[in-house]
Design a protein around this ligand. Sequence first.
Ligand code: NDP
Length: 296
Amino acid sequence: MTATILDGKAFAAAVRAKVAEHVTRLKTDHGITPGLAVVLVGEDPASQVYVRSKGKMTVEVGMASFEHRLDADTSESALLALVEKLNNDPTVHGILVQLPLPGHLDSDLVINSIDPAKDVDGFHISNVGLLGTGQKSMVPCTPLGCLMMLRAHHGSLSGMNAVVIGRSNIVGKPMAQLLLNDSCTVTICHSRTRDLPGVVRSGDIVVAAVGRPEMVPGDWIKPGATVIDVGINRVADGDRTRLVGDIDFASASAVAGAITPVPGGVGPMTIACLLANTVTACCRANGLPEPEGLAA
Ligand code: NDP
């Protein structure tokens, strides 16, 4: 079998186009411009790249982008004061504090100070609780992107066996919750899981979010399964480096029914879903109908 490639770039472009269409409608029909504020503390090079491309894509879909770059030694009280200001700013519908924060700042405290209605990363404890109880919430962007691709490929996920490898708060746990909310039978694996290959082989859907290069070989994959590779790992390739996922793409794509590549799979969906969450937050804040197909 040769797997269908789930093209994250194309999916993400379609999501952004839908967002842009809705932004235009909000502007012309209601005079509202959705706004996304991104807060970056310090100079982490990877975070700087993410923040730059988030800002660029926010503007490209017609939304307002507010970037706040703070020194690495910014105090917790100064950061909390900025979040409070953004919470009260009616032109800001989404707030994202780029993680990781420098060590002297309490990430949980900062994230939980964001107005849950503006928490477009979906990390606020209220949103975690809402998602966990199957209520309307802001959903973390990466798992939301995975869910959108799975729904687009399968239609209904009801009754499928889904195996999620990884139990982080950012990817693994919300991913499992979303699959459960879509009526999958969900197994969550982690570093202590016994017989990981055997468990993975039970999955009609496998989502790998581990951070270990190519750790899942093709012979762990059930023939015809749909494989979503969240991992982003940089490995040496001669005197260069290249990106690989947590799945061994070459062997897995010979067995799976469908698979996301790395790069070009889940990655592009994350920012697209951030934009989708912002437009959803804007609609909710203004009591307007939400765009269809952009939320969980
Ligand atoms: P974390 O390090 O927070 O979590 C990794 C998880 O993998 C943990 O639950 C850990 O188990 C589990 N794990 C580690 N080793 C094994 C093993 N040998 N067998 C089974 N499970 C194992 O990572 P994240 O969830 O934040 O990220 C995971 C990957 O996804 C990374 O490569 C990251 O770069 C990528 N990522 C990609 C995004 C995108 O936009 N595409 C966005 C976010 C992340 P335990 O809990 O027991 O330690």
